[in-house]
Design a protein around this ligand. Structure first.
Ligand code: MN
Length: 231
Protein backbone atom coordinates (compact mmCIF):
# COMPACT_ATOMS: atom_id res chain seq x y z
CA UNK A 1 0.00 0.00 0.00
CA UNK A 2 1.59 3.23 -1.14
CA UNK A 3 1.44 6.11 1.35
CA UNK A 4 1.10 8.67 -1.42
CA UNK A 5 0.18 8.63 -5.09
CA UNK A 6 0.54 11.07 -7.93
CA UNK A 7 -2.55 12.10 -9.86
CA UNK A 8 -0.75 11.33 -13.13
CA UNK A 9 2.10 8.95 -13.84
CA UNK A 10 5.32 10.33 -12.34
CA UNK A 11 7.98 11.41 -14.86
CA UNK A 12 11.02 9.20 -15.26
CA UNK A 13 14.16 10.13 -13.28
CA UNK A 14 16.81 11.24 -15.81
CA UNK A 15 20.09 9.41 -15.29
CA UNK A 16 23.50 8.68 -16.76
CA UNK A 17 25.38 5.43 -17.17
CA UNK A 18 28.49 4.85 -15.06
CA UNK A 19 31.44 3.09 -16.67
CA UNK A 20 31.99 -0.46 -15.47
CA UNK A 21 28.84 -0.91 -13.41
CA UNK A 22 25.08 -1.33 -13.77
CA UNK A 23 23.99 1.32 -11.24
CA UNK A 24 23.27 4.71 -12.77
CA UNK A 25 23.89 8.33 -11.75
CA UNK A 26 20.59 10.21 -11.16
CA UNK A 27 20.60 13.70 -12.73
CA UNK A 28 19.02 16.52 -10.70
CA UNK A 29 20.07 19.63 -12.61
CA UNK A 30 22.23 20.39 -15.64
CA UNK A 31 24.34 23.54 -15.34
CA UNK A 32 26.37 24.83 -18.27
CA UNK A 33 29.21 27.32 -18.53
CA UNK A 34 29.42 29.63 -21.55
CA UNK A 35 32.54 31.14 -23.14
CA UNK A 36 35.18 29.24 -21.21
CA UNK A 37 37.95 28.71 -23.80
CA UNK A 38 39.72 31.75 -25.28
CA UNK A 39 39.74 30.41 -28.87
CA UNK A 40 35.99 29.75 -28.71
CA UNK A 41 35.28 33.21 -27.24
CA UNK A 42 37.15 34.65 -30.23
CA UNK A 43 35.33 32.52 -32.83
CA UNK A 44 32.02 33.74 -31.37
CA UNK A 45 33.13 37.34 -31.83
CA UNK A 46 33.97 38.11 -28.21
CA UNK A 47 37.24 39.06 -26.60
CA UNK A 48 39.28 36.94 -24.26
CA UNK A 49 38.98 39.07 -21.14
CA UNK A 50 38.47 36.91 -18.12
CA UNK A 51 34.92 38.02 -17.41
CA UNK A 52 32.94 36.11 -14.80
CA UNK A 53 31.68 32.81 -16.21
CA UNK A 54 28.26 32.76 -17.87
CA UNK A 55 25.94 30.11 -16.46
CA UNK A 56 22.74 28.67 -17.84
CA UNK A 57 20.75 25.48 -17.29
CA UNK A 58 19.24 22.76 -19.38
CA UNK A 59 16.33 20.69 -18.04
CA UNK A 60 17.45 17.38 -16.54
CA UNK A 61 15.40 15.46 -19.08
CA UNK A 62 17.45 17.00 -21.92
CA UNK A 63 19.92 14.17 -21.16
CA UNK A 64 20.36 11.49 -23.77
CA UNK A 65 22.79 8.63 -23.38
CA UNK A 66 25.61 7.14 -25.38
CA UNK A 67 24.75 5.72 -28.82
CA UNK A 68 21.47 7.64 -28.96
CA UNK A 69 20.02 9.21 -32.07
CA UNK A 70 19.36 12.91 -31.45
CA UNK A 71 16.72 14.39 -33.76
CA UNK A 72 17.75 17.47 -35.76
CA UNK A 73 16.23 20.23 -33.59
CA UNK A 74 13.05 21.97 -34.70
CA UNK A 75 12.95 25.67 -35.72
CA UNK A 76 16.69 25.92 -36.50
CA UNK A 77 18.66 25.90 -39.74
CA UNK A 78 22.01 25.93 -37.91
CA UNK A 79 22.11 23.09 -35.37
CA UNK A 80 25.56 23.12 -33.72
CA UNK A 81 27.75 20.79 -31.68
CA UNK A 82 29.62 22.02 -28.60
CA UNK A 83 31.91 19.36 -27.13
CA UNK A 84 32.40 19.68 -23.35
CA UNK A 85 33.86 18.11 -20.21
CA UNK A 86 31.07 17.05 -17.82
CA UNK A 87 31.53 17.20 -14.03
CA UNK A 88 29.08 15.16 -11.90
CA UNK A 89 28.53 16.05 -8.23
CA UNK A 90 27.95 13.62 -5.35
CA UNK A 91 27.31 16.41 -2.81
CA UNK A 92 27.08 20.19 -2.79
CA UNK A 93 26.08 23.24 -0.77
CA UNK A 94 26.22 27.01 -0.92
CA UNK A 95 29.49 28.99 -1.01
CA UNK A 96 31.81 26.05 -1.57
CA UNK A 97 35.47 27.09 -1.41
CA UNK A 98 37.77 26.42 -4.35
CA UNK A 99 39.97 24.42 -1.98
CA UNK A 100 37.13 22.00 -1.14
CA UNK A 101 35.32 22.06 -4.48
CA UNK A 102 36.76 18.84 -5.87
CA UNK A 103 35.62 16.95 -2.74
CA UNK A 104 32.10 17.20 -4.16
CA UNK A 105 32.90 15.62 -7.53
CA UNK A 106 31.63 12.09 -8.17
CA UNK A 107 33.14 11.73 -11.61
CA UNK A 108 33.66 13.06 -15.10
CA UNK A 109 32.26 12.42 -18.55
CA UNK A 110 31.97 13.62 -22.12
CA UNK A 111 28.97 15.73 -23.14
CA UNK A 112 27.55 17.85 -25.92
CA UNK A 113 25.83 21.20 -25.45
CA UNK A 114 23.71 21.05 -28.62
CA UNK A 115 22.73 24.55 -29.71
CA UNK A 116 20.31 26.25 -32.09
CA UNK A 117 22.99 28.73 -33.16
CA UNK A 118 20.71 30.87 -35.30
CA UNK A 119 18.33 31.36 -32.38
CA UNK A 120 21.09 32.28 -29.91
CA UNK A 121 21.72 36.01 -29.63
CA UNK A 122 23.05 38.56 -27.20
CA UNK A 123 20.35 40.15 -25.09
CA UNK A 124 17.92 37.29 -25.63
CA UNK A 125 17.35 34.49 -23.14
CA UNK A 126 19.24 31.34 -24.19
CA UNK A 127 16.36 29.05 -23.20
CA UNK A 128 15.18 28.23 -26.71
CA UNK A 129 18.72 28.22 -28.15
CA UNK A 130 20.18 25.88 -25.53
CA UNK A 131 17.61 24.20 -23.29
CA UNK A 132 15.45 22.21 -25.65
CA UNK A 133 14.55 18.51 -25.70
CA UNK A 134 17.45 16.08 -26.15
CA UNK A 135 19.97 18.92 -26.22
CA UNK A 136 22.40 17.25 -23.78
CA UNK A 137 23.92 13.97 -24.99
CA UNK A 138 26.30 12.57 -22.35
CA UNK A 139 28.53 9.51 -22.30
CA UNK A 140 29.04 7.20 -19.32
CA UNK A 141 30.54 8.83 -16.23
CA UNK A 142 33.91 7.70 -14.90
CA UNK A 143 34.16 7.87 -11.08
CA UNK A 144 36.99 9.91 -9.54
CA UNK A 145 38.09 6.81 -7.64
CA UNK A 146 38.90 5.19 -11.01
CA UNK A 147 40.25 8.08 -13.09
CA UNK A 148 41.23 10.82 -10.64
CA UNK A 149 40.44 14.48 -11.34
CA UNK A 150 40.52 15.78 -14.90
CA UNK A 151 42.43 19.07 -15.24
CA UNK A 152 44.24 18.51 -18.55
CA UNK A 153 44.18 16.21 -21.56
CA UNK A 154 42.97 16.25 -25.14
CA UNK A 155 39.31 17.07 -25.79
CA UNK A 156 38.15 16.36 -29.35
CA UNK A 157 35.09 15.82 -31.50
CA UNK A 158 34.84 14.15 -34.87
CA UNK A 159 31.89 14.37 -37.26
CA UNK A 160 31.79 11.44 -39.70
CA UNK A 161 35.42 10.77 -38.82
CA UNK A 162 36.62 14.33 -39.54
CA UNK A 163 38.07 16.25 -36.59
CA UNK A 164 36.04 19.39 -35.88
CA UNK A 165 37.07 20.27 -32.32
CA UNK A 166 40.52 19.57 -30.88
CA UNK A 167 41.86 21.28 -27.77
CA UNK A 168 43.02 20.61 -24.22
CA UNK A 169 41.14 20.75 -20.94
CA UNK A 170 44.10 22.73 -19.59
CA UNK A 171 42.89 25.69 -21.70
CA UNK A 172 39.69 26.18 -19.67
CA UNK A 173 39.58 29.85 -18.61
CA UNK A 174 37.60 28.96 -15.46
CA UNK A 175 38.90 25.69 -14.01
CA UNK A 176 36.61 23.10 -12.44
CA UNK A 177 37.18 24.22 -8.80
CA UNK A 178 36.49 27.85 -9.77
CA UNK A 179 33.34 26.84 -11.65
CA UNK A 180 31.97 24.88 -8.67
CA UNK A 181 32.88 27.65 -6.20
CA UNK A 182 31.30 30.41 -8.31
CA UNK A 183 28.18 28.41 -9.22
CA UNK A 184 27.63 27.65 -5.52
CA UNK A 185 27.35 31.36 -4.77
CA UNK A 186 24.30 31.51 -7.07
CA UNK A 187 22.67 28.13 -6.41
CA UNK A 188 22.75 25.47 -3.70
CA UNK A 189 24.50 22.65 -5.49
CA UNK A 190 23.33 19.13 -4.69
CA UNK A 191 24.15 15.52 -5.38
CA UNK A 192 23.00 14.66 -8.87
CA UNK A 193 23.92 18.01 -10.40
CA UNK A 194 26.09 17.91 -13.49
CA UNK A 195 28.07 20.79 -14.98
CA UNK A 196 29.04 21.16 -18.65
CA UNK A 197 32.21 23.24 -18.45
CA UNK A 198 32.17 25.00 -21.83
CA UNK A 199 33.29 24.22 -25.35
CA UNK A 200 36.63 24.75 -27.07
CA UNK A 201 36.81 26.31 -30.54
CA UNK A 202 35.65 24.51 -33.65
CA UNK A 203 31.89 24.50 -33.05
CA UNK A 204 29.89 23.97 -36.19
CA UNK A 205 26.75 22.63 -37.84
CA UNK A 206 25.54 19.06 -38.04
CA UNK A 207 23.16 17.43 -40.52
CA UNK A 208 20.78 14.47 -40.30
CA UNK A 209 22.79 11.26 -40.66
CA UNK A 210 25.98 12.69 -39.14
CA UNK A 211 27.80 10.57 -36.54
CA UNK A 212 29.51 12.52 -33.76
CA UNK A 213 32.21 10.99 -31.55
CA UNK A 214 33.47 12.99 -28.58
CA UNK A 215 36.61 12.03 -26.68
CA UNK A 216 38.45 13.29 -23.62
CA UNK A 217 41.68 11.62 -22.53
CA UNK A 218 41.02 9.09 -19.75
CA UNK A 219 37.22 9.13 -20.09
CA UNK A 220 34.61 7.03 -21.88
CA UNK A 221 33.84 8.34 -25.38
CA UNK A 222 30.41 9.55 -26.51
CA UNK A 223 28.85 8.55 -29.83
CA UNK A 224 25.70 10.25 -31.11
CA UNK A 225 23.89 10.08 -34.44
CA UNK A 226 21.85 13.02 -35.72
CA UNK A 227 18.39 11.91 -36.83
CA UNK A 228 15.78 13.57 -39.01
CA UNK A 229 13.78 16.52 -37.81
CA UNK A 230 10.62 15.38 -36.00
CA UNK A 231 7.58 15.27 -38.30
MN1 MN B 1 28.44 25.23 -24.37
Amino acid sequence: MASSQYVIEAPEQPSLAVAGQDDRFPVRRIYCVGRNYVAHVREMGGNEERDPPIFFQKPADAIVGDNATVPYATITENFHHEMELVVALKSGGYNISEARALDHVYGYGVGLDMTRRDIQGDGKPWEIAKSFDQSCPCGPLSPVEKVGHISSGRISLTVNGETRQDSDIDLLIWKVPEIIATLSTYFELKAGDIILTGTPHGVGPVQPGDVLVGRIDGLEPLTVKIGPRPA
